[in-house]
Design a protein around this ligand. Structure first.
Ligand code: ZN
Ligand code: ZN
Length: 371
């Protein structure tokens, strides 16, 4: 972190630059916008970044020219060389690569279309384009000191929104109306925008893990799933809490207790060196013991960062080889159980992996909030 409380863009770019020789590359074209944002701070809707051993060239169009130049002057963006697109992105990219005499250039296989690659090859027949996978994504996986500080602030802020659920959730109010109140609460807590469309799922709707808010009015006896997130300084927080309207059934209460137990088991399983799937298994074992194995239909968690769903996946099947948890990762723990006729329950918190275990960033009660 520099003295102005901004990410150390130069350090992030240096990591990419110094990794080029080992990958036998003399350049890398970064085209995924969140990756460009991570390396430079640029958050426009179109751009490309060319990283060479000693240069970083940001290509964007006239809409962003002024903002980029001012951002660099103010230190809000990395100090890069800016190339304004004159006619077409691909033509400018080809020009930039050609003028540097690059011979072997990596591109992000997951983010470049066949058509884009064809355009880049056009007029650059001497150059070898090399597929790369997740280079910047892997760098984003471990949060630096600045990001960890954002996450600690964000955890407190989102917990403060959760603390207000009792003001907003009540019988007779619609799911849509409650979602709007939550989103206003996110703004009041300092988030720049919701991280995703807020989920408010009541009664029978709660049995669908990704229900969209409807005009249904909360009724006495309902379980209500409230899953919401906010973006703070570019980073996503994600939280789920449960409300019960009036008197909920013993079966619903038992479901809540099982999910609390699974949530606790999964959080306890987080520490550096464990496979991500072992954390998922810890939650799954609890559900199995309660005969609810079939009711848990999704993974236990997902990584958070500039995007609301990023690596690592805390799931039964993760990557090959299996993803291993490391200090500095931030991800959710969100086991849930969904039983048609009874309802659905999910509890979600965000954790930061430390050298010995994890820090739960999103505090506050996880009990069923009776409204
Ligand atoms: Zn969520
Ligand atoms: Zn989530």
């Amino acid at each position: 972190m520099d003295s102005q409380g901004r990410p150390d863009w130069a350090a992030r770019l240096r990591v990419r630059q110094s990794a080029l020789p080992a990958a036998n590359l003399d350049g890398l074209v970064v085209s995924a916008l969140p990756n460009i944002r991570y390396l430079t701070g640029f958050d426009g809707s179109a751009g490309a970044l060319v990283v060479t051993k000693d240069e970083a060239i940001l290509i964007s169009d006239g809409r962003y020219a002024l903002a980029i130049q001012e951002g660099m002057r103010a230190g809000a963006l990395a100090r890069v060389r800016f190339e304004q697109v004159s006619a077409r992105y691909d033509l400018t990219l080809v020009e930039v690569v050609k003028s540097r005499g690059l011979k072997r250039v990596g591109f992000e296989a997951a983010h470049v279309t066949v058509a884009a690659l064809r355009a880049w090859r056009h007029g650059l027949d001497e150059l070898v384009w090399v597929e790369t996978d997740d280079l910047v994504e892997r760098q984003r996986l471990i949060k630096d000191a600045w990001e960890q500080e954002v996450y600690r602030r964000g955890g407190l802020a989102i917990a403060s929104v959760a603390a207000r659920l009792g003001e907003w959730v009540r019988p007779g109010r619609s799911e849509k109306e409650i979602a709007r109140l939550i989103e206003r609460g996110l703004e009041e807590a300092g988030f720049s925008k919701p991280a995703f469309a807020t989920i408010v799922a009541s009664g029978p709707n709660s049995a669908y893990p990704h229900a969209r808010p409807t005009t249904r009015l909360v009724e006495s006896g309902d379980l209500v799933v409230l899953d919401f997130g906010g973006v703070l300084d570019g980073y996503c927080l994600d939280l789920t809490r449960m409300c019960g309207a009036g008197r909920v059934s013993p079966a619903a209460r038992a479901l809540v207790a099982a999910v609390q137990e699974a949530h606790h088991a999964a959080v306890e399983a987080v520490r550096p060196g464990v496979e991500a799937r072992a954390i998922d298994q810890a939650a799954r074992n609890v559900f199995d013991a309660h005969g609810l194995g079939q009711a848990f239909q999704h993974g236990t968690g997902h990584g958070l960062g500039l995007e609301v769903h990023e690596a690592p996946r805390i799931a039964r099947v993760s990557a090959d080889p299996p993803e291993v948890v490391e200090a500095g990762m931030v991800f959710t723990i969100e086991p849930g159980a969904y039983v048609p006729g009874v309802g659905g329950v999910r509890l979600e918190d965000d954790v930061l992996v430390t050298s010995t275990g994890c820090e739960v960033l999103t505090g506050g009660p996880r009990e069923l909030l009776v409204v």
